[in-house]
Design a protein around this ligand. Structure first.
Ligand SMILES: *[C@@H]1O[C@H](CO)[C@@H](O)[C@H](O)[C@H]1NC(C)=O
Length: 421
């Protein structure tokens, strides 16, 4: 399995570049009441705006520019379709994706199942963020993302937390005229929040409540064998990928879309192998939450790109058993941080109310690591264990029953804050 996975990643790394195009906006809206995908192939090829409009939801696109020049796309669903469906002031909720993912993860399972639609129906003004370097945020005022050796790609999730989240939050608060918002993150979408709350403590005041789905800060007990194997060699790998012009990893790719439709779709003999590979990479339990029919849609949108350094930084967390800033090496550390070793993120600074929604079988959010994070958080904090033992990492975004098992609880908690406002 390991050899197949490594081979498979190499093919994708080398050939998997997506032609950047924006020609999918012409779609006419139809079947406005659809709840499940009525056309798997179409949904695999649409972008987020096309999907949201196709299913009859209001849609807006916004851009935030970070202090270091990255241009980030936010997708907005300002209200619901079936309920809470009139324009008006609503509490805003920013939802942030995981590594090599994008905002698409919160819409691709469709109305009734995907988090973005469920939040909109529940009465929220939904904003889907996209971190620098992902398919929707592969832009910069001066730097060129198509240069795989270039400085565009010299960032990890430290910069995403330190600069992207503040830029997106400020844009949302300006656009809505509100002073605070709810934040929901999945996996790396939680890591970057913990970074922001530690490095930019002023932003804690702008958070009504934070919901960490599959929380990732400490990775000392990482259960993913491939990550465990590569982590000690992260520095050599980062240098090698830089030399090869592959600082960008796993971009959204027509190869994945092709694999989804021709290898992993219903009726294809290799569909179980697809499930196995994704389980291996993404901690996806091919159990009751996994709807294999949706493979082509999932692979049409995910992976969506990240920098090599994001993975290297997670490797640092695995090996060093710390939650600390990116290690540039002694000399640059001295210049950037004023110390030879990178400083720890000061979780004690994080005063926003944080809810950790975690599960027993998550290879990237082991119970021991979640416990440690929980102990060190500085503000009000609450733990919610998902009441389904086989629930795994990717199920927090793609689970067939994620609404019943996780999202309903999240919204119930959010409402207690809204009602108290
Ligand atoms: C899986 O997805 C397909 C396509 O959207 C849908 O028709 C089917 O009902 C889903 N399966 C389950 C178990 O919900």
């Amino acid at each position: 399995m390991l050899r197949i996975s490594v081979w498979f990643s190499c093919v994708v790394l080398v050939f998997g570049r997506y032609p950047t195009s924006d020609n999918k906006d012409e779609l006419e809206t139809r079947d406005l009441g659809a709840r499940i995908s009525d056309n798997i192939v179409e949904d695999a090829n649409l972008d987020v705006g096309g999907l949201v409009k196709k299913y009859g939801y209001p849609y807006e696109e916004h851009h935030a520019i970070t202090q270091d020049g990255y241009i980030l796309t936010l997708h907005r669903i300002p209200h619901g379709r079936d309920q809470n469906n009139t324009p008006g002031q609503r509490p805003a909720a920013l939802v942030m994706h995981g590594i090599t993912s994008s905002s698409a993860d919160f819409v691709l399972m469709g109305p009734g199942t995907a988090l973005a639609y469920i939040l909109a129906e529940a009465g929220y003004d939904v904003w889907l963020g996209n971190a620098r370097g992902t398919y929707y945020s592969r832009r910069h005022l001066t730097l060129n993302p198509n240069n795989g050796k270039g400085t565009f790609w010299d960032f990890s999730w430290d910069e995403i937390g330190n600069m992207d989240l503040p830029a997106m939050i400020d844009l949302i608060l300006t656009q809505t005229g509100q002073s605070r918002l709810h934040y929901l993150g999945m996996s790396q979408g939680t890591t970057v929040f913990f970074v922001m709350g530690s490095l930019r403590p002023d932003y804690n005041r702008k958070i009504i409540s934070m919901h960490a789905l599959a929380p990732v800060a400490y990775l000392a007990h990482n259960q993913n064998p491939l990550f465990g194997l590569l982590a000690p060699h992260r520095k050599e790998l980062e240098a090698l990928l830089g030399d090869l012009g592959l600082k960008e990893l796993f971009p959204r790719s027509p190869i994945f879309t092709w694999l989804g439709m021709n290898v992993c779709a219903d009726g294809k003999p290799f569909q179980p192998l697809c499930s196995g590979l994704v389980f291996f990479f993404a901690g996806w339990n091919p159990g009751p939450q996994h709807n294999a029919t949706m493979f082509p849609v999932k692979l049409g949108h995910t992976p969506a790109g990240s920098s090599a350094r994001q993975l290297v930084h997670f490797g640092q967390s695995i090996v060093e058993k710390t939650f600390q800033r990116y290690d540039h090496g002694e000399v640059i550390n001295l210049i950037v941080y004023g110390s030879r070793t990178p400083p720890n993120y000061n979780l004690n600074q994080l005063k926003a109310p944080v809810y950790l929604h975690y599960s027993a079988q998550d290879p990237f959010a082991n119970l021991n690591d979640v416990e440690r994070l929980y102990r060190e958080l500085g503000g009000p904090k609450f733990k919610v264990r998902v009441p389904e033992p086989t629930f795994s990492h990717a199920d927090f975004m793609w689970g067939q029953k994620a609404k019943e098992v996780v999202y309903d609880k999240v919204i119930e908690i959010m409402k207690t804050y809204d009602n108290a406002l």
